[in-house]
Ligand binder design. Structure first.
Ligand SMILES: [Zn+2]
Length: 110
């Protein structure tokens, strides 16, 4: 992992290393808001057909925010692969795990 990182750096790094097919907006929101809208989540992502949005709890530590950003990013990449999931599309199938692992490894090696 780069020695001096910020959340913005992590976003830029992802956009460059793992570009998405659709525009993505990343927002830091209160944990209360994520809690109310999406249950006990630290991160959450949506896709409306043209744009993606990732919500991350702003009160989480920087490491946790970046970890969850990687996780949600992997979901979006997985959603856009034309390979049917054996589980529900928003769950963690083996292809999701591969993508997530690839992002994490690249991040820790960068
Ligand atoms: Zn997930």
């Amino acid at each position: 992992m780069p020695s001096r990182v910020s959340f913005d750096y992590a976003k830029r790094w992802l956009r460059k290393r793992f570009p998405l097919r659709y525009p993505v907006r990343v927002r830091l929101v209160s944990s209360a808001r994520l809690h109310v809208e999406h249950g006990h989540a630290v991160g959450f992502c949506t896709f409306d057909g043209t744009r993606c949005e990732i919500l991350i709890t702003k009160s989480a530590s920087l490491d946790a925010r970046i970890e969850h950003l990687h996780h949600e990013w992997a979901h979006i990449i997985r959603w856009h692969l034309p390979l049917e999931s054996e589980t529900k599309p928003d769950e963690h199938d083996p292809i999701f795990d591969l993508i997530h692992g690839r992002i994490r490894r690249a991040w820790h090696e960068s």
